[in-house]
Design a protein around this ligand. Sequence first.
Ligand code: NAD
Ligand code: GLY
Length: 366
Amino acid sequence: MQTLKVNLGERSYPIHIGEGLLDLPELFAPHIIGRQVAIVSNKIVASLYLERLSHSLAAYSVISVILPDGEINKNWKTMQLIFDALLTARHDRYTTVVALGGGVIGDMAGFAAACYQRGVGLIQVPTTLLSQVDSSVGGKTGINHQLGKNMVGAFYQPQAVLIDTTTLNTLPSRELSAGLAEVIKYGLICDKSFLVWLEKYIDDIRALSQVALTEAISRSNTAKAFVVNADERESGVRATLNLGHTFGHAIETYMGYGTWLHGEAVAVGTVIALEMSQRMGWISIQERNYGIHLFLRAGLPVIPPAEMTEADFLERMIIDKKVIDGRLRLVLLRHIGEAVLTDDYPKEILQTTLRANYNALVHCKS
Ligand code: NAD
Ligand code: GLY
């Protein structure tokens, strides 16, 4: 097992990464202060892993809250089910919420833990690649609004993150690819050498090699923890973790939550960011194509939905947490391995980027 640490003073916590961690009660015990535990999961994940997790938590009084699956259910109505269960079982303010599932479960259970009796214990047990490399770490929790993705939520750090890498053995390959979008993101924003490594091992990751997966998860979390340690509340550098997300969130919202997977929308959003960075004269055509090639190798889409117009993008992009006083700030690439948050770009470049013919761009040789 490897252990990384998020360093936030008295709110610091470990990220344990390894095989079979679900079965190790000793990893949970130091982070549970009361006798009550509420495992929040969904039907799919619960059918696979709830029994094992419950066994590891047998020393506590445990309830399980099984939510409907999917991005489409990441909303107030579903959140309410968590509060209903906690109150019905008379859980007090020393209860611990254990989030067992992907990013949707982690974000909702985390938000519920932040709100219930003004804040209770939280342990993240992520079971998708995306949640193991990104969403379970850093304390962003929340739900979607019909008008905007993740627009309602709270910063609320867990007491621990337990990543059992063998849970990925049951993950559908489309979901694994979606997680790779966030892995590639770390390389693009801050670690070019990680991209070189990924080029070499991406097929091993897709073939579920535990060695390659563990390395990818560990390197991703090292990058994430570094950024979160520096800027927990996203007043600066943390925004770079949102590379491709402003465009991607517009796709998710326009297409209807769950139609495109979050990671798929992020992949296409990042291709748009690569294209805009190239049009800004910051990266070369070869560098743009290098990024696109990685997403293709990860099995991800790289072309925006044909039905979305420039206006469709702009209308949704303006509902974004990086907007200040109506100014749309974007994360772009100065270089491969160096991202910037900026509102200093010609509007016409954004417009022509959104109008670009991505079909032609992806298939051209350059
Ligand atoms: P998800 O939670 O919807 O999980 C994807 C699917 O895989 C679901 O159907 C789920 O039931 C299933 N699943 C989960 N684990 C499984 C397993 N081990 N075996 C088989 N099936 C399994 O999607 P996701 O990609 O994990 O997360 C996406 C969400 O994360 C989005 O809502 C996004 O906004 C959020 N997110 C949050 C942050 C953050 O910092 N908080 C960062 C990135 C993404
Ligand atoms: N996933 C972006 C962040 O945690 O800031």
